[in-house]
Ligand binder design. Sequence first.
Ligand code: SF4
Ligand code: SF4
Length: 224
Amino acid sequence: MIVGDLKTFDEIAGSLAGFERVLVLGCGGCVTVCRAGGDAEAHDVARELSHPRWFSRSAPPLFEVRTIERQCEHDLLRAFLPLPEGTQAILSLACGVGVQIVADVFEPLPVLPALSTTFLGGSDEPGVWREKCKGCGDCLLATTGGVCPIALCAKSLLNGPCGGSHDGHCELGPDIPCAWVRVYRRLEAQGRLDLLDEVRGTRDWRKAGYRGPRRRSRTGVALR
Ligand code: SF4
Ligand code: SF4
């Protein structure tokens, strides 16, 4: 899922200065699961920002709160969201993808982000989300025991650990496991250490998006 973090109220309020009616828009997708931008958080944000302490030069805006299933789809936005009368701006609690789709759909209405999108991750213990994938476009997990060295190694090394690996930890600190030690231990447990004999050559990073925004189209998904 996409994991995001709520911006400070100072920053959010600063971006809303001058607007009198603001729609606070939660997203029912990833940011609901990671407790950053769902319906509960949207109501919390609207409640907090209604306090005059965040707006020194004028009264706080009037906030309306809505949440839709996903902000990252034009069709869902168009079908389910008539804007409340008089809306001057939207404060989106979606990831950066959702914010941009909302801005496209409701152009030229200003759409402001309430979150900073941080990483693609998952929850491997309750209430904790960790980065797992960088969307490289050419997954190599089949040969690394299901541990991603691109996302989990600080240097995204492809052929084993650097010289800073120590006692299973990354040179960045004792609280960060060395990704390549994890790869080794996983493959060792699987009896597949031979996979490490193969040297990975230069990767085609264009698949990771370094040659402009990526796009995919699939058939059979258009609404009738
Ligand atoms: S190898 Fe690439 S696609 Fe696979 S988990 Fe790592 S970053 Fe994601
Ligand atoms: S210590 Fe391990 S995880 Fe850290 S940068 Fe070196 S190889 Fe990558």
